[in-house]
Design a protein. Structure first.
Length: 97
């Protein structure tokens, strides 16, 4: 049972790290798009304004997702400590054949 709990916690941590990596990749694409838009002369500037709005909207969503991810990661040490303490207590009180 302990192994499955630890595997679940580890899987959560790995997923969190993947999400952070994806977030960084998305931010890179956003910045590339913005730089491309800045390099192309616009007709009246509206295209650039829309690109900037899209970038800001995406960054806001990513910020929110990153905050949620950070909250989950911050809980991991306590959760792992609780599991280890519980299992250690179980192991210490279990009779050895």
């Amino acid at each position: 049972m302990t192994q499955s709990i630890l595997e679940t916690k580890l899987d959560g941590l790995v997923l969190s790290l993947h999400a952070m990596s994806e977030t960084q990749a998305i931010h890179g694409k956003i910045l590339t798009t913005l730089l491309d838009a800045l390099g192309v002369p616009g007709t009246d500037g509206n295209d650039l304004v829309q690109v900037i709005r899209d970038v800001l909207s995406t960054l806001e969503k990513q910020r929110h997702d990153t905050e949620k991810l950070n909250e989950q990661i911050m809980k991991l040490p306590q959760q792992l400590g609780d599991v280890f303490a519980s299992e250690l207590q179980h192991c210490l009180t279990e009779e050895v054949p």
